[in-house]
Write a protein that binds this ligand. Sequence first.
Ligand code: MF3
Ligand code: CO
Length: 250
Amino acid sequence: MSIVCKSGSEIDKMRRSGRIVRQVLEAAREAVAPGVSTMDLERVAERTIRDLGAKPAFKGYYDYPCVLCTSVNDEIVHGIPSARRMLKAGDIVSIDCGVVLNGYYGDSAITVPVGDTITPELQKLLEVTRESLFHGIEAARVGNTVGDVGAAVQQLVEANGFSVVREFVGHGIGTKLHEDPQIPNYGTPGHGPKLRDGMVLAIEPMVNIGGPGTRVLDDKWTAVTEDGSYSAHFEHCIAVTRDGPVILTE
Ligand code: MF3
Ligand code: CO
């Protein structure tokens, strides 16, 4: 395992990629509505990425066919956009996007309600998952460890009665989409690699209402909950700096 630390000017480049990802996700979020397909979101995202002068990071990565992952309801991550998958009121959809600009990657995800009303339980799922991401970010400090980040995410999720997915994890990011180290959303405080100035991490909690189990559909990509319970996903890229964590994807 080798963890690459980034210079200040590299982190500036990653902020530019991160800002583009944010704009893509906001454009996709605005397009979310009952009767819209996940392929409609893909088209909005693809156009926005090109208009902003970046390249999609996911399309072609291990032969993944799209610029977005769109994961609806019990789908956890890596849902493939489809013209047949219509969003309906009360659904939740995770929108995950990566781009590359000037050789540096950005990667971020949000989970969005469809229509004006989702159940209070789903509302809580979205809030807790987003809050768990910020707990993890708070723990991403020089001298802490990867285990401290995972433990912070896990603690908040489990205190709220939800469960953390184990089979998919966050990651280092830089001149590649996936770099060392892996960033699990669970862990033991003080364990794992030490965080150093200049490390850039994609932290991405995936949280299920029911049990933590997962399975992958026959399309070989879409990860769903084993028990059919709904799942949410939020992701930011952050730089570990002497002044604390800096979010690059906002
Ligand atoms: N955000 C996900 C990740 O960091 C998406 C990668 S999916 C792939 O792993 F399509 F790019 F493979
Ligand atoms: Co990621």
